[in-house]
Design a protein around this ligand. Structure first.
Ligand SMILES: [Mn+2]
Length: 474
């Protein structure tokens, strides 16, 4: 089942009992964010929230927590809502094999219904903006898919980019944006500024659920996000040309904002409560001039609460971080079995692998650091053997307990790149990275005094069944 817009997905969530319509009147602050903060506390089947009765607004609709549970993530991929975490990642991996699927160009996008341009632009008249955490420096748009082209090669669709970056509202026609240096839009902006140009952008809000997933996936620079969307949807992603910039944008968005990142200008942006569970302070960031806004009548403003994990972003960026890392590692090291990079945006990565020879696991760990994800995240890499499931944290703790000797198995590499948002770095953006080899040494790396490993008794499986039957009768 492929959803072409947010509304059809919200309807599907509703039918599945995965959407709560909050019809009682609420305050824009703090109710919207507090409810979205609360939603994931309801467990692995937490619902999306749709608010349509907000004090001070007429006809405003705000959707929160749309991807904020494993049940909703499954439905976004067209899977039954009961699908387990590991199964969702395995299915994501299977669909990756179809990547890329060329997008489908469509006419007459629903967001062409209403427009404002030039001096008439007023973002406050389109979006019911609300602040998220109580220390935020202003209104944010933090779940928009932002489209840009490589200024040196604008016709190469592989080098186009669709990404989610945090955007602060600075005025009725003015935004600021945080382009993390490891992300593709930062390369687009650098090239534009080297040419002395502005960078045209389209900021698309309220997208079909797969767009949000691909826009937050750590693809290689020359991989097209719509191509992944087609593979994940099992149908080409519907796109259309944005009216002012011609940028390829999702056909089904609620709102499309077009403008430019103004070259070589910076303004103070922040603070903002981030995925690290900490505020990032104010920093000088690029600014956007809005030239045109197109929007559906009474658009649904899709917004995302983030803070102390787990929140919606942790579900949104779990499978889509694990799978590309797995594929990129596997290309060099077919021995790699699985990758778990779902904790705090993959600042910690756990890899299970077979080994060719002594020292091999450490090489796998080093390779993680040079992937697109590793360049900005992956501060700690834990490598475990193939008999350890990296998604089973008690097993990972066992590997750390008995297969890791701090004398030989900790590799610390100084001064590597990391997102400036990582609060642990001494200098923002630079950190020492750690590879923990929690695999058992093999020849010629002969260390430790490992005797034969204790394995489950052959009769254990039969006894599991027997005990379950006895317990059921009890
Ligand atoms: Mn990209």
């Amino acid at each position: 089942m492929a959803y072409d817009d947010l509304r059809s997905f919200l309807d599907a969530l509703d039918k599945e009992g995965q959407l709560l319509r909050i019809t009682e009147q609420v305050m824009p602050e703090p109710d919207i964010a507090a409810a979205a903060n609360a939603a994931p506390r309801l467990g692995e089947a937490a619902p999306a929230l749709l608010f349509d009765n907000i004090t001070g607004f007429t006809d405003a609709k705000i959707a929160m927590n749309v991807h904020g549970s494993w049940a909703n993530h499954a439905l976004a991929l067209g899977l039954p809502k009961e699908t387990g975490t590991r199964e969702q990642i395995e299915e994501f991996t299977r669909r990756w094999a179809d990547f890329p699927v060329e997008p489908e160009w469509r006419e007459n996008p629903p967001w062409a219904e209403n427009t404002m341009e030039g001096d008439d632009v007023d973002i406050f008249a389109v979006l019911p903006l609300v602040r998220l955490n109580d220390g935020d420096g202003g209104f944010y748009i933090d779940k928009a898919a932002i489209v840009s082209k490589d200024p040196d090669d604008p016709d190469d669709s592989a080098r186009q980019n669709v990404g989610i970056y945090r955007v602060q509202v600075m005025g009725k026609a003015r935004l600021s944006l945080q382009p993390v240096p490891m992300h593709d839009i930062a390369q687009h902006l650098r090239k534009a500024e080297e040419r002395g140009e502005d960078l045209p952008v389209a900021i698309t809000i309220g997208n079909d659920p797969v767009i949000s997933i691909v826009a937050s996936t750590p693809l290689r620079y020359d991989e097209n996000e719509y191509g992944l969307a087609g593979a994940l949807r099992g149908a080409p992603a519907p796109v259309t040309a944005a009216p002012l910039t011609g940028l390829p944008v999702p056909w089904g968005s609620e709102v499309v904002i077009e403008g430019v990142i103004e070259g070589r200008k910076r303004e103070i942006e922040g603070p903002f409560g981030e995925f690290t569970g900490h505020y990032s302070g104010g920093r000088r960031m690029p600014v956007i001039r809005i030239d045109k806004i197109s929007y559906r009548t009474h658009p649904v403003f899709e917004h995302l609460y983030l803070g102390m994990p787990w929140t919606e972003i942790d579900y949104l960026m779990a499978a889509n971080t694990c799978v590309p890392l797995y594929e990129q590692l596997k290309a060099d090291f077919p021995e790699v079995q699985a990758v778990n990079a779902m904790y705090t945006h993959g600042l910690v990565v756990i890899v299970s692998t077979k080994k060719r020879y002594g020292g091999f696991a450490k090489a796998v760990g080093m390779r993680v650091l040079t992937t697109p994800h590793g360049l900005g995240y992956a501060a700690t890499v834990i490598v475990v053997d193939e008999d350890v499931n990296p998604f089973d944290l008690p097993q990972v703790m066992w590997a750390l307990s008995v297969r890791m000797n701090p004398a030989d198995d900790l590799i610390r590499i100084p001064n590597l790149s990391v997102v400036a948002l990582d609060p642990a770095a001494r200098t923002p953006g630079v950190i020492d990275k750690l590879i923990i080899d929690a695999t058992a040494p093999i020849a010629p790396d002969v260390r430790g005094h490992y005797s034969a490993q204790v394995s489950d008794l052959p009769e254990m499986g039969t006894w599991v069944t027997k005990l379950q039957q006895l317990a059921a009768r009890h």
